[in-house]
Design a protein around this ligand. Structure first.
Ligand code: G4P
Length: 530
């Protein structure tokens, strides 16, 4: 067992984001390969194998009845202990993705070189900017015909509003991909299409001043072009500035091809030098330093069991400080209870294992009998503080929910509350009544169907959803506001969340403006907090 501070300081926790198909899975697999977590030596070649290796543990998860995919992988590389948080890859932007980003210290953005910035990336990216998460860009698929490099960078700058700093520079693309120029060492690393699924082949590194050797590898035309581009680049691109990178204002850009395993290790090595150790997190008593404090964590994601025979869930928590030891008692602050976390587990690249200890920066998944909610704090029994909640996205669709069988009131309330705790829906009540009238808000309408399905299948409760015309919700920031006295428009609705916080529903922007005008000093916010 290593030293406490040493263990924490060698940790790097990042989320990997991309538009579906840009190559996130392939890149992740290659990272694992370098960590020795997936050993492909001697196995059948090809991507299918790499896939297979990863899907093996998915099978294990399935057998154990826990839903898969968006997980956390841990591997060791060059003295570092790396946690990769995978973000759900579906087309729909989900709040899950957003929450996952809250648990990371940095993000790796994978972009397809022939597609540039795509819709999904744009949305995820906004979240990173909002949270000032450092972003590292990997422009993938250089072995296919790529867009012009300057244009790609320009697009990132314009579309995403962040300055770019290429750490290396591609030479050609597609069939003509020759390798990358490393700006720091002023040398060219030549492309070799290694056996897919194996570690990087023996790439040749040629200093640019050795022009003859360079020409023999990449040809005269590419050499000329490279020299021109280097000149342009040195004059035009943003300077390397680690502080700005760490503040999320500048993104270092790398080029490569995850499939053929080119540029992946180069990326990893630079990335590890630039990223930070686990960062302090904000709580109501101030910043909690990861090394100076005892164990604490916050829940950022709750995953329901896909197997309806076991209605248990897994709560994923990010350890923010200290060391966790499976034998110790901890306090669930929001529930006010001291307990032992049951079956704490960690997903290593090739297995899901019950862990005995973990450190700040790590993510653990614990069995949740239905007590945790997103944003909850776990700390030592003697402590009392709460981590700053995770802002929730404003729902845009609302419906009133009624259970058909009034005898099933208890199951209904339990079911809908648990589903809300998982964060897929948000529930509200009429301002002046209790739980008998429940209003559900969702970001995407699909969630209404999911709610109906899950209540029927998992809780045996049938419901009827009655759509409401509201499209905007606003939290009231003022602490002392008297909702009875608040004058809005006739189509405005007053509601409250489960903690009793007042909220307003509006049909359109105009009503929001009118309400703000009619109530001087009223501060409305688009974001709530879990
Ligand atoms: P994702 O997780 O971001 O969704 O992407 P994933 O890694 O699954 O990759 C999507 C496809 O792109 C895969 O193709 C994968 O092999 C390919 N790919 C990933 N990196 C590279 C690269 O560097 N170069 C090239 N040429 N291809 C790459 P697929 O599974 O064969 O099939 P399909 O999904 O295209 O049908």
């Amino acid at each position: 067992m290593g030293n406490f501070a040493d263990e924490i300081n060698k940790r790097r926790t990042f989320a990997i984001i991309s538009h579906p198909d840009a190559g996130k899975t392939t890149l992740t697999e290659k990272f694992l390969l370098y960590g020795g977590a997936i050993n492909l030596a001697g196995s059948v070649k090809g991507k299918a194998t790499a896939r297979h290796a990863v899907s093996d543990w998915m099978e294990i998860e399935k057998e154990r009845g826990i839903s898969v995919t968006s997980s956390v992988l841990q591997f060791q590389y060059d003295g570092f202990c790396i946690n990769i948080l995978d973000t759900p890859g579906h087309q729909d932007f989900s709040e899950d993705t957003y929450r996952t980003l809250m648990a990371a210290d940095s993000a790796v953005m994978v972009i397809d070189a022939s597609k540039g910035v795509e819709a999904q990336t744009r949305k995820l990216f906004k979240v990173c900017v909002m949270r000032q998460i450092p972003i590292f860009t990997f422009i993938n698929k250089m072995d296919r015909d790529a867009n012009d490099t300057f244009e790609l960078l320009d697009e990132i700058e314009k579309e995403l509003g962040i300055a770019t700093c290429p750490i290396n520079w591609p030479i050609g693309s597609g069939k003509e991909f020759k390798g990358v120029y490393d700006r720091e060492t002023k040398s060219v690393v030549t492309f070799s299409d290694t056996e897919k699924g194996t570690k990087e082949g023996l790439a040749t590194q040629i200093p640019v001043e050795k022009e003859d050797e360079l020409v023999s590898h990449i040809g005269e035309a590419f050499k000329e072009q490279l020299f021109d581009e280097i000149d342009l680049l040195d004059g035009a691109s943003a300077e390397y500035d680690l502080e700005r990178i760490r503040a999320g204002k500048l993104t270092p850009v790398f080029f490569g091809s995850a499939l053929t395993n080119f540029g992946v290790e180069i990326f990893l090595q630079h990335f590890l030098k630039m990223t930070t150790t686990p960062l302090p997190r904000k709580a109501d008593i101030g910043l909690i330093d990861p090394v100076e404090n005892d164990f604490s964590a916050f829940v950022f994601k709750i995953q329901a069991n896909m197997n309806k025979a076991h209605r248990d869930r897994v709560a994923f928590m990010r350890i923010c400080s200290g060391k966790y030891d499976a034998s110790m008692e901890v306090k669930h602050v929001q529930g006010g209870k001291v307990m032992r976390l049951s079956q704490p587990q960690q997903i290593l690249a090739d297995e899901r294992k019950i862990l005995t200890e973990a450190y700040a920066g790590d993510i653990i998944g614990v069995f949740d009998p239905g007590i945790f909610a997103i944003g909850d704090t776990i700390c030592m029994p003697k402590e009392q503080f709460e981590y700053e909640g995770i802002p929730t996205f404003a729902p845009e669709h609302f419906a009133r929910v009624r259970q058909l069988d009034t005898m099933k009131r208890k199951q209904f309330v339990k079911g809908i509350t648990q589903i809300a705790q998982e964060g897929a829906i948000q529930i509200f009540q009429e301002f002046n009544t209790g739980m008998e009238e429940i209003i559900v808000g969702v970001v995407g309408v699909l969630q209404f169907d999911v709610l109906k399905y899950r209540l029927e299948n998992e809780y045996n409760v049938e419901i009827r959803l009655e759509n409401l015309p509201y499209e905007h919700i606003r939290w009231i920031e003022n602490k002392d506001v008297d909702l009875d006295k608040l004058t809005g428009t006739s189509d405005m609705k007053k509601i409250k969340d489960l903690k009793g916080n007042p909220l307003l529903l509006f049909v359109n922007q105009w009503s929001i403006g009118m309400t703000e005008e009619r109530n001087e000093g009223l501060i409305l916010s688009e974001f709530g907090r879990n």
